[in-house]
Design a protein around this ligand. Structure first.
Ligand SMILES: CC(C)(COP(=O)(O)OP(=O)(O)OC[C@H]1O[C@@H](n2cnc3c(N)ncnc32)[C@H](O)[C@@H]1OP(=O)(O)O)[C@@H](O)C(=O)NCCC(=O)NCCS
Length: 151
């Protein structure tokens, strides 16, 4: 089922357009716009990994490196492709890349009710290290998760 997919760094503006579309579908009014995505991409340490399926991008992960730490800023799979293992595959690829690099800590925030994402993170060894009150616009808290690499 997962054949024909490829994970690699963002390549061009056509790929960015797919991300803009997925942002809208997945995050609605909280979606990042094309300008916001470009601004993030141009920030020091920022990188975007895309999951390609045939000639389209069906998922992406945006992260920012600072010395030996990484923060995951965005992680999504197109709704039409969710629940079929693509998110796990993309996240595993991302971790493989981080483990090959100088990175020692990965941090991310997740809603306590986002069971699908939490399942991926916890099964990859992430631990809860904190909680940010009223983090999301609907008033929900965020869990802060951390993975230590090689420590
Ligand atoms: C989170 C997201 C990227 C995961 O991608 P996905 O392709 O849908 O996920 P997968 O199909 O790889 O499934 C991941 C795991 O969740 C499990 N899962 C699915 N629905 C679940 C549910 N309701 N409760 C608990 N686990 C669930 C799956 O069984 C799978 O675990 P397994 O591999 O051990 O069987 C995707 O759902 C998404 O884009 N969600 C909206 C945006 C978002 O929430 N991003 C993360 C922000 S922190």
């Amino acid at each position: 089922m997962l054949s024909g997919v490829e994970v690699r760094p963002l390549h061009d503006e056509a790929e960015l357009s797919f991300i803009v579309g997925i942002e809208r579908e997945v995050f609605g009014e909280l979606a990042w716009t094309q300008d916001m995505l470009i601004k993030e991409y141009e920030s020091p340490g920022s990188q975007i990994m895309v999951l390609r399926y045939g000639d389209r991008v069906i998922g992406y992960l945006i992260f920012r490196k600072f010395i030996d730490e990484v923060e995951v800023l965005r992680f999504a799979v197109s709704p039409n492709y969710q629940g079929r293992g693509y998110g796990r595959l993309l996240f595993k690829k991302f971790l493989e890349e981080m483990k090959k690099s100088e990175i020692k800590n990965i941090y991310l925030e997740v809603s306590p009710t986002n069971f699908r994402a939490i399942r991926i993170y916890e099964s990859e060894g992430f631990k809860k290290i904190g909680r940010r009150k009223n983090y999301y616009s609907n008033g929900e808290d965020a869990l802060v998760l951390n993975l230590k690499i090689g420590g």
